[in-house]
Design a binder for this molecule. Structure first.
Ligand code: PMP
Length: 432
């Protein structure tokens, strides 16, 4: 058996033996030993309502997902060079959720691997190298993805923008002065033209445009209606392809749509997936069109030892089934609307909440010291996260100014959970 160490001991041993860049949540870190549904439990059996885990999408340790993984693990786990039903069946079921053109699946083990592979595929198809991304975006932890992540390369220990990457301003409907203008989305899409011009000036053309329909690390930011349509048109006209990163927001969290890009009425050329796809088991995927996939057939096999193995596919299939059986997309829509409404009511009483935004169960509350100047209330956001922890609610912050309360609970989140959270948040705001 594994010795059960105290939090202090674990902290000391992590310091000595583990990756020194790993961070811990909270001034006094939690030791979490069990999960169930929307809750995590510490070593004393104390439950915490999890408001921030969009990975354990259908609930922590969902019995059906656990059983599917355990049964397959007891039967077989091997690579994809033998025929197996799980891999093919999963590809069939996954592509059923997508627009018809997106019908070729590459399995990976993480969101980073998916975005990384997608870059290779896009480059093979377009015979181009350069990439356009949104400012503040995060697309993964590999060298190639750090290069595409202003969230990392600008500050946070990064070394700045590489030459082959252009970033455009992130539309920020809360902070942009022209957000109410009729041509707001268009004015932002015009930045894509500038990025394309910069690429042309380098003697290159764009290979791919990466964007989330809602930016997680960008601060739970919802792109304005019409933006992706206009951005996609510009990138395609310049010979590039368009990628929707659904790693954070996919699989029904949007509420209205299974894939959040659908809220923009666009069909991407490539979609990447991760986090919720395996409910915590490491799985990722790239889905693209037959035409683009064919261009990747250059003589070099893409083989990835673990990706698409029978256990991962059994788990991913169970996740899709649970989303359907438990009508979790519908729940994200209804409970998400209820929660967002509650946040808006709190904003009427507390001027600290400058903005409430999001779709489904992907929400953000941006905190400001003053509604006129919109000075970020970063320290206050941190305080609220700590206060809510004392009320057994787990939350975190993000965004360019780290002042956005990030709300993305497992999609089994219920109204009673929303009430508990809103009550506790209201009390915390009073205390501040
Ligand atoms: N894309 C987005 C939008 C993400 O938020 C993340 C992870 N936070 C990734 C990609 C990378 O996924 P992973 O950590 O599974 O490699």
């Amino acid at each position: 058996p594994v010795p059960q160490r105290s939090p202090e001991e674990l902290i000391a041993l992590r310091r000595r033996y583990l990756n020194p860049t790993l961070s811990l949540s909270y001034q006094e870190p939690l030791k979490i030993v069990r999960g169930e549904g929307a809750y995590l439990f510490d070593q004393h059996g104390q439950p915490y309502l999890d408001m921030v885990n969009n990975v354990c999408h259908v609930g922590h340790c969902h019995p059906k997902v656990v059983a599917a993984g355990a049964a397959q693990m007891a039967m077989l786990n091997t690579n994809t060079r033998y025929l197996h039903d799980n891999l093919v069946e999963y590809a069939l079921r996954l592509t059923e959720t997508l627009p018809q053109s997106l019908s070729v699946v590459f399995m990976t083990n993480s969101g980073t691997e998916a975005n990384d592979l997608a870059l290779r595929i896009a480059r093979a198809y377009t015979a181009a190298n350069d990439v356009i991304v949104l400012d503040h975006a995060y697309h993964g932890n590999s060298p190639s993805m750090i290069d595409l992540s202003p969230y990392k390369f600008n500050g946070r220990g990064g070394r700045g923008k590489p030459a082959h990457v252009q970033f455009v301003p992130m539309p920020d409907s809360y902070r942009d002065a022209n957000a109410q203008d009729a041509d707001y989305a268009e004015s932002h899409a015009a930045h894509i033209d500038n990025a394309i011009n910069r690429i042309h000036a380098r003697g290159e053309k764009p290979a791919v445009f990466y964007a989330e329909a809602m930016l997680g690390c960008g601060g739970q930011t919802v792109l304005p209606p019409g933006y992706l349509q206009q951005a996609y048109a510009r990138v395609r006209a310049a010979g590039g392809v368009c990628l929707a990163d659904e790693v954070q927001i996919g699989f029904g969290r949007d509420g209205e749509y299974f894939w959040s890009f659908q809220s923009h009425g666009v069909v991407p050329d490539i979609v990447t997936m991760g986090k919720p796809i395996g409910n915590g088991h490491p799985v990722g995927a790239v889905v693209t069109t037959p035409e683009i996939a064919a261009a990747f057939v250059t003589g070099m096999e893409y083989f990835n030892t673990f990706s698409g193995n029978p256990v991962s596919c059994a788990i991913a299939m169970a996740v899709l089934e649970v989303i359907q059986e438990e009508k979790l997309q519908q729940n994200a829509l209804e409970t998400g609307a209820y929660l967002q409404q509650g946040l808006r009511q709190l904003a009427q009483q507390h001027s600290l909440i400058g903005d409430v935004r999001g779709r489904g169960l992907f929400l953000g509350a941006e905190l400001v010291r003053d509604r006129e100047s919109k000075v970020a209330a970063t320290a206050e956001a941190k305080r609220i996260v700590e206060i809510l922890k004392t009320q057994q609610i787990l939350l975190s912050t993000d965004g360019p100014l780290d002042n956005v309360l990030k709300i993305k609970p497992p999609v089994v989140f219920q109204r009673s959970h929303a009430d508990q959270f809103l009550q506790a948040l209201g009390d915390a705001l009073h205390r501040l």
